[in-house]
Design a protein. Structure first.
Length: 465
């Protein structure tokens, strides 16, 4: 679920049939950057390393040796039956090893002294030429991570060593690359009492995820739970029941109970809330996907009839609000996972209270499914012209990836401006490789006909191999 601009769609729609084809290609031209000259300090380092190597070579070939000198007193034969002779041999061997250790220690000290002198010379040359000291490398972090943050982001060695199935002897944490750009906020998120109660920081976690810091690192604390929690209603009654207020901790949200969320849809204007009518299960939400209007509004039953009976079993709803699409599919024995974001309302808890599966996920995250496993992917309003073209195309390719051959993508009320449809979006859909099973477009009139906005709904099949 993402910050799409319009959740519902107008009842005033004029449909046009398939035939809005079009292609578009774009070629980019880049310039190869000219090679930059190597810094003077790097050249000096190379020169001094060559000189030091030559000096060591002269030292070695002039008579010095790295071999261990075995004294004349060292035994040439081991006496197996004479215990006193064997004892003398062992003592001589021990003395020889002690001498070898002393020589190695002296050689190590000479190497350390040479290294220190070389670093001092390089530092002096750098100061003469005005070089700035190199910044310390903290693995891409602006500052060295500390405390729980460091524990959460660093790799951890496996107790039994190398694991052939993993191909490594360490476990690496999953962490969003963009987290490095927000180290201060992430450090705040990772500041808590280990083994205690997690801070009340849902809003901070959401903002980090929306900035691309996703997934967040795991924490060693217990999340806060609402007081006087009550059990949810049993299935199938839970599919259309608003849960008790005590199933939610309301501190992160503007509304402090479900009555407030339901009234958003019934209040004129309603405020700038996302999906403001989603929580009213007796209003428009109850009627969604029940009938096929001949235009962009497809019904669940008409879509399922387009597939071989019983072959749509598992699916995904991207940006599914409060889970009503998943509820409709659940009534038809189809299991659908609903992606959510708690944008000023407890969407995830509400979906779960209905007996459905919520999955917190932003649009920039790779879908957490293996290739070719889903029968259907659905998205209503979450994908539209508010999404950058490159992000939209990457998302469509990811949807194509998780669908099995013969699986379908139900694009539901994608909206855009009239000129954008054939010039921008039809070529993007065609490049992904879907086969059109159904394609309907109609005017979007809720904000006025002068805006020339259009809805497009489509059934797009991943071709059979």
């Amino acid at each position: 679920m993402y910050a799409a601009k319009h959740r519902g769609h107008s009842s005033q729609q004029h449909s046009i049939d398939e035939g809005m084809g079009g292609t578009a290609t774009a070629n980019g031209h880049g310039h190869r950057p000219s090679p930059r000259p190597a810094p003077r300090r790097a050249k000096l380092k190379i020169l001094l390393v060559v000189i030091a190597t030559n000096l060591v070579s002269v030292y070695l070939f002039s008579g010095a040796s790295l071999s261990v000198h075995i004294p004349a007193s060292a035994p040439r034969m081991i006496h197996l039956w004479d215990s006193s002779a064997l004892l003398r041999d062992l003592n001589a061997t021990r003395d020889a090893l002690a001498g070898a250790r002393a020589e190695l220690a002296a050689l190590r000290a000479q190497c350390n002294a040479s290294s220190y002198l070389l670093e001092s010379v390089l530092a002096g040359l750098g100061a003469v030429h005005g070089d700035t000291p190199e910044a310390r490398d903290f693995g891409g972090w602006p500052e060295e991570p500390q405390g729980e943050l460091k524990l959460a982001i660093e790799p951890h060695r496996l107790p039994l060593g190398f694991h052939p199935n993993l191909g490594t002897d360490e476990l690496f944490p999953g962490l969003g690359f963009a987290c490095r750009n927000f180290q201060e906020e992430l450090a705040q998120y990772m500041t808590y009492d280990v083994g205690g109660e997690c801070p009340d920081d849902d809003a901070l976690a959401l903002q980090l995820a929306l900035k691309g810091c996703e997934p967040l690192p795991r924490r060693r604390c217990r999340p806060r739970e609402p007081a006087r929690y009550v059990e949810p209603a049993p299935l199938p009654r839970s599919l259309w029941s608003v849960p008790a207020d005590t199933t939610v901790r309301w501190s992160p949200y503007t509304c402090k109970n479900y009555t407030c969320l339901v009234q958003r849809a019934r209040t004129r204007g309603g405020g700038p809330y996302f999906c403001k009518d989603c929580f009213d299960l007796e209003g428009k939400e109850r009627r969604r996907w029940q009938t096929d209007n001949g235009g962009p509004g497809f019904s669940v039953d008409s879509v399922l009839r387009s597939r071989p009976p019983g072959t749509v079993r598992i699916g995904l709803d991207i940006g599914g609000g409060t889970g009503t699409f998943a509820a409709r599919m659940r009534e038809r024995n189809v299991t659908v996972v609903t992606t959510t974001l708690d944008l000023d309302a407890p969407f995830s808890r509400f979906v779960a209270s209905r007996g459905l599966v919520p999955l917190q996920l932003t649009l920039m995250q790779r879908l957490p499914f293996a290739d070719g496993v889903l029968d259907m992917v659905h998205s209503m309003n979450a994908l539209s012209n508010w999404v950058p073209d490159a992000v939209l195309e990457s998302t469509l390719f990811d949807i194509y990836r998780v669908l099995r051959p013969g699986g379908v993508f139900w694009l539901d009320h994608f909206f855009c401006l009239g000129p954008q449809l054939n010039a921008t979006y039809v070529p993007i859909f065609d490049r992904v490789g879907f086969r059109r099973l159904r394609w309907k477009a109609g005017r979007k009139l809720d904000l006025g006909a002068e805006r020339n906005e259009w809805y497009v709904s489509a059934l797009l099949e991943k071709p059979m191999t």
